[in-house]
Design a protein around this ligand. Structure first.
Ligand code: ADP
Ligand code: MG
Length: 209
């Protein structure tokens, strides 16, 4: 069963993926936001990696909880409080659970539901939820059908990528982009893009495990 020693290499892989795409993400958030999303995210990731030594000592529940608290206090932006609350909720849902596919799906779903509640948003509003929710649905279906690992990871990547791309033609009704009305159309949401990049890295790292 995968344990929290998975976190340091995973966080490093995520950091490098975000850095490789920094200019693009920054341009996306400049187009329909205030341009700081990638900086906020990198700040949060940096704070998490500083806690690597502590995280690997914890079980998943305590590690998610700690990561959530750290993201809330360091990351900033709407995305910082949303992702922070996602991880705190995942920490609660992970209590006393082994990380099988059903648990992963349940824990991740609890995280996504907390973003929906905190941000008062749902699918179709041009936010990170347009990436996160399709992945939740994909995990739920695959857990029900007990799909094999390769299929789960590949479905996850497809759902994340299609979800991210779906934000391009949407009007925004939440977050800063909602002030732009029709002008937001034609641009992918920055948070949807970073969520997709992160979920794809997670899938790739899990496939090596
Ligand atoms: P801020 O908007 O405060 O500058 P960031 O730039 O870090 O914060 O994050 C912006 C991202 O947060 C958006 O691209 C969007 O994906 C996400 N977001 C904003 N508001 C919401 C919300 N109410 N629900 C879900 N996601 C949101
Ligand atoms: Mg911003």
């Amino acid at each position: 069963m995968i344990d929290t020693t998975f976190l340091p290499p995973l966080l490093a892989a995520i950091q490098s993926e975000i850095l490789n795409n920094e200019a693009e993400i920054s341009a996306l958030d400049r187009a329909i936001g205030d341009g700081d999303h990638v900086t906020n995210l990198l700040r949060g990731l940096e704070a998490l990696t500083k806690q690597n030594d502590e995280l690997v000592q914890l079980d998943w529940s305590a590690a998610f909880m700690k990561m959530g608290m750290t993201l809330m206090s360091t990351m900033g932006g709407a995305s910082g409080s949303l992702l922070g609350s996602m991880f705190v909720s995942m920490g609660k849902a992970a209590k006393d659970r082994d990380m099988d596919l059903t648990a992963v799906s349940t824990i991740y779903s609890a995280g996504v539901e907390s973003i929906k509640a905190r941000g008062k948003a749902d699918i179709g509003e041009k936010t990170m939820l347009d990436t996160l929710i399709p992945v939740m649905q994909s995990l739920q279906t695959d857990a029900e059908q007990n799909a094999d690992k390769a299929a789960v990871l590949s479905n996850m990547k497809t759902a994340a990528t299609q979800g991210m791309q779906s934000t391009k033609d949407m009007l925004a009704t939440k977050g800063r982009a909602s002030f732009l009305g029709e002008r937001a159309r034609g641009h992918i949401d920055a948070g949807a893009r970073t969520s997709q990049l992160i979920l794809c890295v997670i899938a790739d790292e899990l496939s090596k495990n």
